[in-house]
Structure formats: structure tokens, C-alpha cells
Design a protein around this ligand. Structure first.
Ligand code: PHE
Length: 348
């Protein structure tokens, strides 16, 4: 735990053991320079305490870069609720209310929204004690809803720029896309891709998602480990992080990696590994910024859904263009080019 915290460049972490359930709660505040931070709440079980803390720390850094790109006036943060193996789903609401109280106690330093394992309805429960510091409640409760659809729209529009760069044509018509994970972002992305005429294959661990997309829509589904080596134009990671690593990168048979998952690279060297393979990588925190821009924009700027969609598309396409131009001009990785842009915006 010491080395994890020593290596982290963020500010501080609030840690609480929830005695009633045995869950650990981590709120990692990466930068409070703007007096307010934002980040989703990830709720799942982890192999151990360290793994959960590490996820919170790394995800908060990703949020810092993501929010720097967005210019919404929030610093980066992330919360992880690490559920015990014997977690009783009946205690979920009370746990979320106690977590909401932690957010309340931070007095506006931390705003949250949904992430892996939490939904807009969970945000409603958290807001019972944590309001007004909760984004993405259900529309019935006055919120902008799940961030999944806005994230997917952003990923799709970023893919168009990547296609233009690699194939000389923005259209996804006829492009073969492998979507890894058909959850809240992946499933909405699949809809956009199908409407655009792409040839979609997907993989998922969840039986429900598999049945829906394979049996109802007739999409091809591949088992988890096979996903990396499927021959395709675009590989779209939309599940958990760390999927691009020394073992998987050599297997890729795609031209572009562009997806909604956070922290896709297992380690910084992976950006160079992807570049060496001649694959274009759309930096995760750029192409997946749509959820944060969309939900925060609708709730703090009063954007309509239509305005939100045009803001998400314009912002991501513009930054993607800049990144691809910078990376090509300087012969650096797209990750390094994105970092330069984020850092410039952070210091502005
Ligand atoms: N899951 C979102 C993300 O990683 C978290 C988020 C949702 C942040 C809504 C802000 C508002 O970007």
C-alpha cells in the first residue's frame, strides 16, 4: 500500500471500512486545485484491498486528464467501492446511503457519477444523502441519466476521425469492429455502429448481453480471450482496464484501437508497443470523455440533449484531430500527444 501511494501523483485518498457490509470505500482526489473534483463511482469486487486501491488511484489520474481535456472546471477524482465476496445485495441501498454521506462530508470537493457497477438509479440513492454532489441521477429524479450513451456517442465520433486518418474515409460503413464488452457503453456503441453499417463482432462475459446481441440481433460473438486476435479494422475496448499489454498487443489484428474503457493501457510502455505495430490508438481518456462532458454539461450548463450531443461530437472530433496531427508531426505516440494537450489545458 505504501508503494502504491508513493508512486501516485495525486493529492489524497479518503478510505473507509464499511463495518455493516465489509466493503472498502476509496475516494481518490487527484487534484483539488479547482476546489472541486469529479469522478464516477465504480462498485465491484476485487481480488484484494491493494487491487481496489490501485484501481481508484489510477482511475483518478485518468479522470484528471479527461477533465482537463473537457475544460469543465473540475479536477480529477474517482471512487471505488470494493465489495466483499459475500456481499448481500439487500444491503446495497444502505451502503450507498452511507457512501453518499461521505460525499456530503466532503462538502463539494467531490462530485460523483456512474461508472462500472453503478447506474443512474444508484445515483438516485446516493443523492438521498449526497446531494447536490451527484451527477447522472435518473431523469425521473431530475438528473441527466446514465453517462453510457453520451460516452458511446463520443467514442463513435472519435472512431470516425480515426478512420479518416487511417483509411482516408470517415465512414464506418462496412468496417469490421470488435466491441469488447457490451455493457452500458458497449451496447450503445454497437447501436451506433450498426446504424452506420459497420460489421460488428463482440465479446462479453455477461450471459444477458450475449443473448441479447447474439440471439436477438444475430451479431457474432467471440469468447473473451479470442477477442484480441480477431481480424478487424477497429478493436474497441469497452469493458475493464489494462487490456492493452505486452501479452495482448502482439495478438492484435486491427488498424485502430478506439473504445470507451478507462485505463486501457496496462503500463505506459504499451503506447509505444501499439505504435510499433503500426496501429492507431485513440487515447482512452480523450475518446471516452463524452460521458463526463455530456452529463456534467447537461446538469451544470443547462444543455438540452441535442446541444449536449453536438458538444460531445465537436469536442472529441476536434481534440482527436489535433492529437493525430501532433503525433504524426512529432513522431510521438498518440498517448504522448494527448498528454501534451491535456497538460497545456491544465496549466492554462
Ligand atoms: N464513468 C464516467 C467516466 O469515467 C464517470 C462520470 C460520469 C464522471 C458522469 C462524471 C460524470 O468518465
Amino acid at each position: 500500500m505504501e508503494s502504491l501511494l508513493k508512486e501516485w501523483n495525486g493529492e489524497n485518498v479518503v478510505i473507509k471500512y464499511d463495518h455493516a457490509t465489509g466493503a472498502w470505500i476509496f475516494i481518490a482526489l487527484y487534484s483539488t486545485k479547482l476546489n472541486q473534483t469529479a469522478g464516477g463511482t465504480r462498485m465491484k469486487s476485487y481480488p484484494d484491498f491493494q487491487a481496489a486501491l490501485q484501481d481508484a488511484l489510477r482511475l483518478s489520474e485518468g479522470m484528471a486528464y479527461k477533465l482537463a481535456i473537457s475544460g469543465l472546471g473540475f479536477g480529477g477524482a474517482k471512487a471505488v467501492i470494493s465489495l466483499p465476496p459475500d456481499f448481500d445485495p439487500q444491503s446495497r441501498h444502505d451502503l450507498l446511503r452511507r457512501y453518499g454521506q461521505m460525499i456530503q462530508n466532503l462538502g463539494g470537493l467531490f462530485y460523483t457519477g456512474s461508472d462500472v457497477g453503478t447506474s443512474a438509479s444508484d445515483m438516485d440513492i446516493i443523492a438521498e444523502t449526497g446531494a447536490p454532489y451527484v451527477f447522472g441521477r435518473t431523469p425521473a429524479a431530475g438528473g441527466a441519466g446514465s453517462s453510457g450513451p453520451a460516452t458511446a456517442l463520443g467514442v463513435f465520433s472519435g472512431m470516425q476521425i480515426a478512420c479518416e486518418h487511417v483509411f482516408g474515409d470517415r465512414s464506418l460503413n462496412g468496417r469490421r469492429v470488435l466491441v469488447q464488452g457490451a455493457g452500458s457503453v458497449g451496447s450503445a456503441l454497437i447501436e451506433h455502429l450498426r446504424s452506420a453499417g459497420a460489421d460488428v463482432t463482440f465479446s462479453d462475459v455477461d450471459e444477458g448481453a450475449i443473448c441479447r446481441f447474439r440471439d436477438d440481433l444475430g451479431l457474432q460473438c467471440v469468447p473473451g480471450e479470442a477477442a484480441y486476435s480477431v481480424e478487424c479494422d477497429i478493436f474497441a475496448p469497452c469493458a475493464l482496464g489494462g487490456v492493452l499489454n505486452a501479452a495482448t498487443i502482439p495478438q492484435l489484428k486491427c488498424r485502430i484501437v478506439a473504445g470507451g474503457a478507462n485505463n486501457q493501457l496496462a503500463e505506459p510502455e504499451d503506447a509505444e508497443r501499439i505504435k510499433q505495430r503500426g496501429i492507431l490508438y485513440a487515447p482512452d481518456y480523450v475518446i471516452n470523455v463524452g460521458g463526463a462532458i455530456g452529463i456534467v454539461g447537461m446538469e451544470t450548463q443547462g444543455w438540452t440533449k441535442a446541444r449536449m450531443e453536438s458538444e460531445v461530437i465537436a469536442e472529441i472530433q476536434d481534440v482527436m484531430q489535433q492529437i493525430l496531427e501532433t503525433a504524426a508531426a512529432k513522431d510521438i505516440t498518440t498517448e504522448a500527444a494527448a498528454r501534451q494537450i491535456a497538460e497545456k489545458r491544465l496549466s492554462a
